[in-house]
Design a protein around this ligand. Sequence first.
Ligand SMILES: Cc1ncc(COP(=O)(O)O)c(C=O)c1O
Ligand SMILES: N[C@@H](CCCC[NH3+])C(=O)O
Length: 433
Amino acid sequence: MSSPSDLQNLPQPAGFPHFHFVSGELHVESLALSTLAKQYGTPLYVYSRAAIGQAWQSYVNAIGSRRVLVCYGMKANSNLAILQEFARLGSGFDIVSDGELARVLKAGGDAGKVVFSGVGKQAWEMEQALAAGVKCFNVESVAELHRLSDVASRMGRLAPVSLRVNPDVDAQTHPYISTGLKENKFGIAIETASEAYQLAKSLPGVEVVGLDCHIGSQITEVSPYLDALDKLIALIKELSGHGIHIKHLDLGGGLGIRYDDETPLDPSILLNKVFARLDSFGLTHLELVLEPGRSLVGNAGVLLTEVQFLKPTADRSFAIVDAGMNDLMRPALYEAWHGVLPVRPRSDFAPTQWDVVGPVCESADWLAKGRMLAIEQGDVLAIESAGAYGFVMAGNYNSRPKAAEILVDGVEHHVIRERETFEDLVRGEHLLR
Ligand SMILES: Cc1ncc(COP(=O)(O)O)c(C=O)c1O
Ligand SMILES: N[C@@H](CCCC[NH3+])C(=O)O
């Protein structure tokens, strides 16, 4: 274990200050992570309520007195307790399915602050969202516009719509999480957007209220947003020439966080530039909508996992842990980098290089590669920055039950999702008679 002189050398966790070392032990708020691992077992997702609050506050501070609705991009983490926390903070929600809408309503969210995105909305999902009274449908194709108008007309309703425009800008992020390029399936090409808006104006079941775009995720530069904004402003001007006046402009989410050595994009830096651009084009009256996901929860969570075996080989050394790609898919899917911190760092021997791999029968089942770690069998590791796109993307491959989730609040903690059991795994399956 660490001696006092080594404590100064401990790295700063990505989720600092809410994740921090106290006397050589990694804590979340006032609790030692090793205690939670012991009580609930591993793999275990652990979130900090204060970290979520602080991330939310950074948007509140950036917004100041401007008219901005933050719709939490709940695909990042849709646990009911997390949604309830955002609802209490006053957040709206960006949803992409009827399941997400049902979660928002169950968690006490306000349907009037919900925007409904997604390229494949089904008629029954549109009906549910119309019945609930969502703020806006972010329509991603002309075919969807026709379906929505039909559904709303049948219900004797008028569906509020924004068209999600694909501005063809490079978000300078991983190609798999870039969404605003021509080659991506998302949105309506900016060149054809004016025509689509004119169609929307003529359809009986829809009412144009906004303009939407979302260019990608884990973006750390302001310039892609401003490139997109310039194109959107030009479109707004063109539309007003056709008598189409939008009330809100939705710039989507996408603000990046620190996983390794990235500099996160501060909402105030982005919003100051956006407000200045809007003001200079006489668009101060527009309500702004934002759909941040990752930046609100990403560094509010870690995944705890226990080292099962150490397996040095001639080629590389594997630390086989009890969390796998089914628990945290990002490394397998994007070769994503997540920090790895032993919750009780050792200083009695020198670190060596390890690939941290899971128990799943796939070579892609790794969580981190080539990390310098001083570890032994039985040690608990925290996989950092796992609050966003962690548990939500988990699956049951290899009949592995999903992990439990804990929300820490100061000295207290709440089990916000129980670990799955075998019964959960086979629910709905039937043996042949
Ligand atoms: C339409 C839409 N809005 C919001 C988000 C949230 O993005 P992020 O988590 O990068 O803020 C996403 C995911 O990228 C999205 O597809
Ligand atoms: N799931 C991705 C982000 C996708 C965002 C959804 N449009 C990630 O883990 O980074």
